[in-house]
Structures are given as structure tokens and as C-alpha cells.
Write a protein of this length. Structure first.
Length: 280
């Protein structure tokens, strides 16, 4: 009777991004994470040791490199996930396989941060799901905000107002004002040439960017060679003045993941703005 009461006392109910309750009968000790930003958040909360498997793209911190790779959001390896006997599986709301995993008796928490506000909520939700004190998640969020504010303060007034185009993939898909990347650019005082009305990460044609005439371009270095050959792009002010920031694959991971390394992403963008506008 006593053990039953203890188990009931440990039960936690959190709400996922489907706005549905998820009950954890006990504090999870074996966690599979199938989204890099969620992997990073678990580790930022100091609970990396609970991870027993991750998706193929999770690569930070270095300690997750030794964990089994279990596919990705569109192709999770269901049998291998089940074989690890996790007591919690973390997945994006857009990922495939969640219903199958639930049908097999696993507890799945669907979370997919898309904005700064989402990041705060996900940190709080994960902290609750992992049985951590509220103060632990609050500390992670405060540290992120402090880093973001430091990045913003590093951008001099002469640099603020720069018109920026941020490309996230070569389709091309861009980060608009309505994306978490756009929110960071706004905090840094930059002006995003892609409006929020187009959605967070709209696919654009070359003509749109040519008309927008960004002063600064931010892009992964693997995309830059392709961008220069697009129709009309030779006339872009940013291309002509060589105000193009290219990011390594490792830096791109930091920039395009809505997670606890947001402050590091902001610092990369701030450095770009200072350099490409001629500031020290």
C-alpha cells in the first residue's frame, strides 16, 4: 500500500504541443529524444545521463555521440526505439511514428519549439516531465536571455537597422520575421527582409530576394556557392559589397535549432552584423 502511494505521488501530468495531457507515472530515467533541440534541452537541464538513444542529427553536447542513432523525424526506427525500453520518448509534433509508439505502450511527449516563447515553455515542460525543480528550468532560461541581451548590447547603434536575408536551406527557404531566427534578428536590431505574413520559413523565388535588396546575407557556407548563380543575384547590394556571412555546418546547427544554444546563435548573428557593416 505504501509503495502504491509513493508511485501515485510521483505521477506527473504535463501538456504537450498537441494540447493533450501526458501522464508520467514515475520520473523517467530512460529517455529517447528524436529531435536535436529536445536532446540539447535535456542536456542543458543537466540530465544528459538519462538519454539512451537519439535521432541521427543530435550532435551536441559531445557526450551524445556515443548513443544509439534511431533515425529521424520522418523515419524513426520504431523497433530499435522499443528495444531500448525507454520510459519517455521525445518527438516533434510533426514527426512520424508517434501514434505507433504510443500503441506499443510507450509514453511519448510531442514538443516542437518554433519561437522564443515556445523555447521557454518547452524548457518548463521538460523540467516538469523530468521531475526537476522549477528553479532549474528557470535558470536555463535566464542564462539564455542574459546571453541574448549581451549579444544585442554588442551591436553598435551604427549597425542597427541593417536589412538582412537569412537563408536556412537552398530551396530556398528563408527565416522570416515570424521565425525564432527572425525574433533573434529583431532583438539584435536588424530588419528582416522577409515578412512574417509569409510564414516562419517560406520558400521564396529569386525575384523576391532581388526586389528586397538585403544589405547583409546570412547563409550556410554549403549554400553560398549555389546562391551566387541564381538569376539576378549578381545585382544584390549584399553580393556586390561582399556583405555575406557564411556559417560552417557546426555553426548552422546552432543557428537553426530552437533550443538552449539560442544565445550562442545570437552571438554569431551579432558578429556577422558588426563585421559586415564595418563595425569592430
Amino acid at each position: 500500500m505504501t509503495s502504491l502511494c509513493v508511485a501515485q505521488a510521483q505521477a506527473v501530468v504535463v501538456r504537450d504541443d498537441r494540447q493533450l495531457p501526458v501522464t508520467l507515472s514515475q520520473t523517467p530515467q530512460r529517455i529517447v529524444s528524436l529531435l536535436p533541440s529536445l536532446t540539447e534541452t535535456v542536456c542543458a537541464l543537466g540530465q544528459c545521463q538519462r538519454l539512451v538513444g537519439v535521432d541521427r542529427y543530435s550532435n551536441w553536447p559531445e557526450s551524445v555521440a556515443k548513443l544509439p542513432r534511431l533515425g529521424g523525424g520522418i523515419d524513426p526506427q520504431i523497433e530499435r526505439v522499443v528495444a531500448l525500453q525507454p520510459d519517455l520518448v521525445l518527438m516533434a509534433t510533426s514527426a512520424r511514428g508517434a501514434d505507433r509508439l504510443r500503441a506499443l505502450g510507450l509514453t511519448v511527449l510531442s514538443l516542437e519549439p518554433k519561437s522564443h516563447g515556445d523555447m521557454q515553455r518547452v524548457i518548463t515542460t521538460l523540467g516538469q516531465a523530468l521531475g526537476l525543480p522549477d528553479a532549474q528550468g528557470q535558470r536555463v532560461w535566464r542564462d539564455m536571455q542574459a546571453g541574448l541581451e549581451a549579444a544585442a548590447q554588442s551591436v553598435p547603434a551604427s549597425v542597427r537597422g541593417a536589412r538582412v536575408y537569412f537563408e536556412v536551406s537552398p530551396a530556398p527557404h528563408a527565416a522570416s520575421e515570424g521565425s525564432f531566427i527572425g525574433e533573434t534578428l529583431s532583438r539584435l536590431g536588424a530588419r528582416n527582409v522577409v515578412p512574417a505574413t509569409l510564414g516562419p520559413f517560406p520558400q521564396l523565388n529569386s525575384e523576391f530576394v532581388v526586389r528586397a535588396q538585403p544589405e547583409v546575407i546570412m547563409v550556410g557556407d554549403s549554400n553560398w556557392a549555389l546562391m551566387r548563380n541564381r538569376p539576378g543575384w549578381a545585382s544584390l547590394r549584399a553580393v556586390q559589397t561582399q556583405r555575406v556571412c557564411t556559417f560552417t555546418p557546426e555553426q548552422s546547427d546552432v543557428l537553426v535549432r530552437p533550443g538552449p544554444r539560442m544565445a550562442e546563435a545570437a552571438a554569431l548573428m551579432a558578429q556577422c552584423l558588426r563585421t559586415e557593416r564595418g563595425a569592430p
